[in-house]
Design a protein around this ligand. Sequence first.
Ligand SMILES: O=c1ccn([C@@H]2O[C@H](COP(=O)(O)O)[C@@H](O)[C@H]2O)c(=O)[nH]1
Length: 235
Amino acid sequence: MANKDVIIACDFGTREETLAFLDRFTAEKPYVKIGMELFYGEGPQIVREVKARGHRVFLDLKLHDIPNTVRRAMKNLAKLGVDMTNVHAAGTIEMMEAAKAGLEEGAAGRRPLLIAVTQLTSTSEPRMREELLIPAPMGEVVTRYAANARAAGLDGVVCSPLEAALVKGSFSGGFLAVTPGIRYPDARADDQARVTIPARARELGADYIVVGRPVTAADDPVGAYRRVRFDFLGE
Ligand SMILES: O=c1ccn([C@@H]2O[C@H](COP(=O)(O)O)[C@@H](O)[C@H]2O)c(=O)[nH]1
């Protein structure tokens, strides 16, 4: 299915753990997310190494700084040849435009997909209201941040699958909904607040689901990945 996939969040502390985990996948090459833990521990070389093994890579560093800094950082990240990367939409339209410009400056060929985090899936509506002083309902906040990302020329957003239908219904032209917050009812939610199951994420229109601990901490990670994949993609 074009532009729909399961992305495994490889939140490991070391290169060795990461490669040992990926070695378990002998019949498939999953789309991999490299986030802060692994990138800050191992540096850019881990991205090159995972790419060289044939995986697509979503580099999830969620940049959020002044526009000039973000543009220059993105120029460097683009040189790693990642497939997707991201910023926080809270950084403003100007910052997101700068991020895109930086990626275009640094990319050797086609620039990576650029998406913006709307509200972290660990944030509940009460916390957003009481701690962040954002009084609007979650759906409205996510849609507004997505509109800002769209205005800045980004390719899509990170949101909970619970808001995917809103995002997909509000913006045409393949604007992406990339959704962490995937949990089965029999598992712990951990630090995630806005969650649902893969099949529901599919029904709500998510393009990519991002799954970490339900796969990486499973007794049988390959089996867990295949279950998620089947439930989301039907294959
Ligand atoms: O809003 C967001 C943005 C990013 N993430 C990242 O996705 C994975 C989810 O991992 P789980 O183990 O399945 O909870 C993780 O790497 C986060 O950094 C997110 O969860 N929510």
